[in-house]
Design a protein around this ligand. Sequence first.
Ligand SMILES: NC(=O)c1ccc[n+]([C@@H]2O[C@H](COP(=O)([O-])OP(=O)(O)OC[C@H]3O[C@@H](n4cnc5c(N)ncnc54)[C@H](OP(=O)(O)O)[C@@H]3O)[C@@H](O)[C@H]2O)c1
Length: 240
Amino acid sequence: MSTKTENPTQRTALITGAGSGIGRALALGCAAADMHTLLIGKTASKLDAVAAEIAARGGTAAVHPLDITDDAAVAALATALTGMTIDLLAQCAGDWLIASIDDTSSAQLDHILRVNLRAPYRLARALLPNLRRSDNASIIMIGSIVTALSVPMVSAYTAAKVGLKGLSGALAAELQPEQIRVVMISPGPADTPMRAAASPGIDKSVLVPPPTIAQMVLAVAALPRGISTSDFTLHSLLWQ
Ligand SMILES: NC(=O)c1ccc[n+]([C@@H]2O[C@H](COP(=O)([O-])OP(=O)(O)OC[C@H]3O[C@@H](n4cnc5c(N)ncnc54)[C@H](OP(=O)(O)O)[C@@H]3O)[C@@H](O)[C@H]2O)c1
């Protein structure tokens, strides 16, 4: 694990789901933008691999393997980070479920709501003291195109992501007086392990490359203090 260098001007990004897909691309993008990165995810080995990539490119990363649905683990993370300034909280971790409402068990529904909605709420609340230390803080939620158009067989996932959109908007309004921006970016199908599992054999030309999503997150986080944007989708023009 690489740790932060003694550079008081270096900005810090905490990225959930940093071990793969969109979160991994964002972690690499943040490090390339000279940010210190805090990598959150369930599987330590995946975070270690991303941290090693960042270190090999001259960046710094600290890994914090944890299950974001575990309240005690989130509380322990907040304690471990006490006094640290976080400039960007990027909530990329998520899980999916393709099933009809008839075939979605209560346990599956609870899991999808916990990981995609309740956990981002808990994390934002737990890390607000760190964000309040920044002179230009951002909370970016990774949503999904299902917040903008309804498709069948993803009712639990859609309910969670639309809930996350509500959370994002309400938090944006609540934190506006403190000039903390909160924005949800909702990708269409993206070229990640989640998509490969959900849509095996899909034509990759219709997928958004994760580095493109990372680029948009970084652009929003780089807006001047006091400036924000509304939530937006990001999708391939070849996808329909
Ligand atoms: N791929 C798409 O087409 C697409 C489209 C729109 C939106 N999204 C959204 O984009 C986000 C990132 O997805 P992705 O496509 O990059 O998928 P991914 O490669 O599967 O990444 C998901 C990440 O979330 C982490 N994660 C899942 N549950 C967790 C938990 N309970 N605690 C901590 N970490 C957890 C995973 O860690 P482990 O691997 O260690 O479990 C993994 O690193 C998700 O919110 C997803 O809903 C994806």
